[in-house]
Design a protein around this ligand. Structure first.
Ligand code: ATP
Ligand code: MG
Length: 453
């Protein structure tokens, strides 16, 4: 049965493919002339995937951030596709396709550096209806979500209304089941369904709401906001690798400072960095100033297109906890260098219980810390050698932040600035020349990936 009704958009129609009285049964259709999304703004690779699915007889929609960002006149980070084709069907259609994920099985269609994510419509999880393909744990967390369904169910199991808009390649209309268009217009982030249940199903949604609020400049709707502080501790059950991925999105996306402040406001930051939160709560040090400046710096660098590394961020967040631990060890008689080394190891492993930190980040982070001791002790022949240390630049930037925050004398930073000016070639000379890397063949077996849902 198809129902037609007038909606907010002048020529919009409400359609239903079900004859039930289910509240989910009507979608608003916004035809092409009534919305601004144009094919020229969609990645050609995403269009290729959409067309091939459609020509093979499947439904094919762009969904999520791609639709949301284009409606807001922003450039999408990536293009996600939803279809009724099963992952194995998608693999048959695309040679350049790999299937990933166990908890949430997906197809990735790979075009060089661009990956188009193709997800099969999922059914809504009904309370108490666990099966082998769809399971929740005792806390209500959805630990497996592989029951396929139709577009309508798929819309309602998404997180926010503004993320549940579908761009249909069959007629270029937008399909809206959850009132996402109105929320886009109002600048509102609203969880679909009962917020308590939805956060329990996946506590990472609490981090996502903050990330989208700062990125889009949207307000958080009252019912969506209410449970956050109360349910924040549920993030303790999220695997450390997934929290690391979310941390990167929060702090390496250009809005680190805003995210930091909002996460703290909602009691979420301490779930990610418990030791940092403890140190921040203590007013009698320069740590808050240091972290704030570090965030600002990171955002500025990203805005200027300069490289940033999570190692620097981690070094910043964990600096005060490391210093406090080192001071304790020194008080027990350890030499300052040894104390800092031991403290670094301890803090890194304690943080890893909450959030995993790959070695390629934890090693440079440790070096940034250790170099602080040497930078504070300037002068002599060792100073010249310092300039060629591969981590000198990061450690020097870190030192400058500490000086700005009032933790070390400004003169120490200035000394190193001048020293580099006086010894210009040292830094350049000794950096390792770019050597062509041998290409190693990748094993084709896809590693199970942590997907953001
Ligand atoms: P961006 O890519 O700009 O960070 P996005 O909205 O596209 O934002 P993704 O993480 O790429 O976010 O996810 C794509 C879509 O998948 C989302 O828009 C949302 O519809 C759905 N989704 C992602 N994570 C979750 C989740 N944890 N719970 C429910 N739905 C989710
Ligand atoms: Mg996306």
């Amino acid at each position: 049965m198809v129902l037609y009704a007038q909606a907010n958009h002048p020529q919009a129609t409400a359609v239903s493919n079900k004859g039930s009285t289910d509240i989910h049964n009507a979608a608003t259709l916004i035809p092409r002339p009534e919305h601004p999304i144009s094919r020229v703004n969609i990645s050609p690779n995403a269009m290729k995937v959409l067309y091939r699915l459609k020509e093979s007889g499947y439904q094919a929609h762009m969904v999520g951030g791609g639709v949301r960002d284009l409606l807001l006149g922003r450039e999408p980070k990536d293009f996600d596709i939803a279809t009724d084709a099963h992952p194995e069907d998608v693999r048959r259609l695309f040679r350049n396709c790999r299937l990933i994920g166990r908890r949430f099985r997906l197809a990735h269609v790979v075009f060089g550096r661009e990956v188009i994510e193709v997800a099969t419509f999922r059914a809504v999880h009904e309370a108490g209806a666990d099966s082998a393909a769809q399971q929740t744990d005792q806390e209500g967390r959805l630990v497996r979500d592989n029951v396929y369904g139709d577009i309508e169910g798929d819309a309602f199991r998404r997180d926010f209304t503004v993320n549940a808009l579908y761009y249909n390649v069959a007629d270029f209309s937008i399909v809206d089941y959850t009132g996402g268009m109105a929320d886009i217009d109002a600048g509102l982030l609203r969880l679909i369904g009962d917020p308590d249940t939805r956060y329990r199903e996946d506590p990472v949604r609490m981090l996502r709401v903050v990330r989208f609020a700062t990125k889009l400049g949207f307000r958080i709707e009252a019912n969506t906001e209410e449970p956050i502080v109360r349910l924040a501790p549920l993030l303790g059950d999220i695997p450390p690798a997934r929290l690391f991925d979310e941390m990167l999105k929060l702090f390496m996306g250009g809005s680190a400072l805003d995210n930091f402040e909002m996460l703290r406001h909602y009691n979420l930051f301490g779930q990610l960095f418990p030791m940092t939160e403890q140190s921040l709560a203590y007013e009698g040090n320069c740590f808050q100033a240091l972290v704030t400046r570090g965030m600002k710096n990171t955002d500025t660098r990203i805005a200027e297109g300069k490289p940033v590394t999570p190692a620097f961020l981690f070094a910043l967040f964990l600096w005060q906890p490391v210093r406090e631990r080192a001071a304790q060890l020194e008080a027990q008689g350890q030499h300052p260098v040894q104390a800092l080394q031991h403290a670094s190891s301890q803090i890194i492993s304690e943080q890893a219980l909450v959030m995993s930190t790959p070695k390629r980040f934890s090693l440079p982070m440790r070096e940034i810390w250790m170099l602080q001791l040497r930078l504070e002790d300037m002068g002599g022949r060792r100073s010249r050698r310092m300039l060629s240390h591969p981590r000198f630049r990061a450690a020097y930037d870190f030192l400058l932040l500490r000086a700005e925050a009032g933790e070390v004398p400004v003169a120490t930073g200035e000394w190193w600035t001048k020293f580099q000016e006086d010894n210009p070639q040292d830094g350049v000379q000794k950096t390792t020349p770019a050597r062509p890397r041998k290409r190693r063949r990748r094993r084709s077996k896809a590693k199970p990936e942590v997907k953001s849902e």
